[in-house]
Design a protein around this ligand. Structure first.
Ligand SMILES: Cc1cc2nc3c(=O)[nH]c(=O)nc-3n(C[C@H](O)[C@H](O)[C@H](O)COP(=O)(O)OP(=O)(O)OC[C@H]3O[C@@H](n4cnc5c(N)ncnc54)[C@H](O)[C@@H]3O)c2cc1C
Length: 310
């Protein structure tokens, strides 16, 4: 983005970081720079910058906690927005009739939010134990797994439209499916969850059990984005099958291209070694896709978001 475009935001209550190395902020810890990273301090400023991006045809991307994101080495054009200022991390609790509703702003850390709800004896998010995310990023991906998904107890979600106005979608208008939703591709502002009172000790034990299970089956400490590929639908059975199993069957566990490697613990976790590159990871992704297609005629598609130029 040129200097004139960058000037579009200087009058707003926004931190402006030109040429920011966002690749290093992702869990893969590789990839290039954003032409400009904006950190709005208020919802009004986010609304105005959303509208200005739309009016000036500037691509706008929202960076959550970077746990499901690969930034290419050449960097990212347009505007990247990060919702990490206090106004976007707030979490509030309100009883609505018999239901306790927890409303979390999109930039709130999902894990901290889940632990606080457990401490208060509220059930509804413990299935998300061990999944690194911002609330907005989790909703966007409908993050989850064997124990449930973030969408399971959603009460409502608010997004901004292209004019920067808040649009609230009640649960009755929302569909949460495997790693996707019917929300428009717009900034998510907050999500509200319907929570059930429960015994905090019981909830803590559940969280611990899920976390221990994840730790024993997934390489949680590697520089990865969790599962790289979606579990595909087997055309023969019509059922979703584990991408990790297909990668394992194709003999790819531990396969390495340059600095990128398939985990030896879980075939669907691809990681990058320190000082590596996004380019190596893309080459490994392509290789895994081709090898699985030739092994069992099933096409894998990526679960991770991939950002580049153009
Ligand atoms: C060790 C590890 C384990 C993992 N385990 C799981 C798992 O079990 N299940 C699972 O589903 N995922 C898992 N993941 C992936 C990741 O945790 C989830 O996909 C999570 O939802 C990503 O959230 P984020 O805030 O980091 O989003 P980012 O990675 O920052 O962004 C991902 C996408 O969401 C969009 N987005 C982010 N915030 C917003 C917003 N406010 N408005 C609109 N769009 C937004 C981004 O633009 C991007 O397209 C794992 C990752 C790691 C590193």
């Amino acid at each position: 983005m040129n200097r004139t475009a960058s000037n579009l935001f200087v009058d707003l209550d926004v931190e402006v970081h030109p040429d920011h190395p966002i690749g290093q902020d992702t869990w893969f810890s590789v990839g290039g720079r954003a032409d400009v990273l904006l950190k709005p301090r208020t919802v009004d400023a986010l609304g105005t910058l959303t509208r200005r991006c739309h009016e000036n045809e500037i691509p706008l991307r929202i960076l959550g906690s970077g746990a499901n994101l690969l930034v290419m080495d050449e960097g990212v054009d347009g505007v990247v927005v990060q919702l990490d200022q206090p106004a976007f991390r707030e979490v509030s609790y309100n009883a609505e009739g018999a239901v306790e509703v927890m409303r979390a702003m999109a930039g709130a850390d999902l894990s901290k939010t889940m632990h606080e709800s457990v401490r208060r004896g509220l059930s509804g998010l413990q299935q998300m134990a061990g999944i690194p995310a911002s609330v907005g990023g989790a909703i966007h991906m409908n993050a989850g797994g064997a124990f449930g998904s973030v969408g399971d107890n959603v009460h409502a979600v608010a997004c901004l439209d292209e004019r920067g106005e808040t649009v609230v979608y009640p649960a009755s208008e929302l569909t949460f499916e495997y790693r996707t939703t019917n929300l428009p591709e717009r900034p998510i502002l907050w999500a509200a969850f319907g929570m059930e009172p429960d015994d905090p000790q019981k909830l803590r034990e559940r969280v611990k059990a899920i976390f221990e299970y994840k730790k024993s089956t997934q390489p949680m400490a590697d520089a990865s984005a969790g599962c790289t590929f979606k579990n595909p639908i087997d055309p023969e059975s019509g059922l979703r099958v584990s991408a990790g199993k297909l990668i394992d069957q194709a003999g790819l566990k531990g396969h390495r291209i340059g600095s990128a490697e398939v985990s030896t613990l879980h075939g669907n976790f691809l990681h990058v070694l320190p000082g590596g590159s996004a380019n190596d990871l893309m080459r490994l992704i392509d290789h895994v896709r081709e090898a699985v297609a030739s092994d069992c005629s099933i096409e894998l598609s990526t679960e991770i978001a991939i950002w580049g130029r153009g």
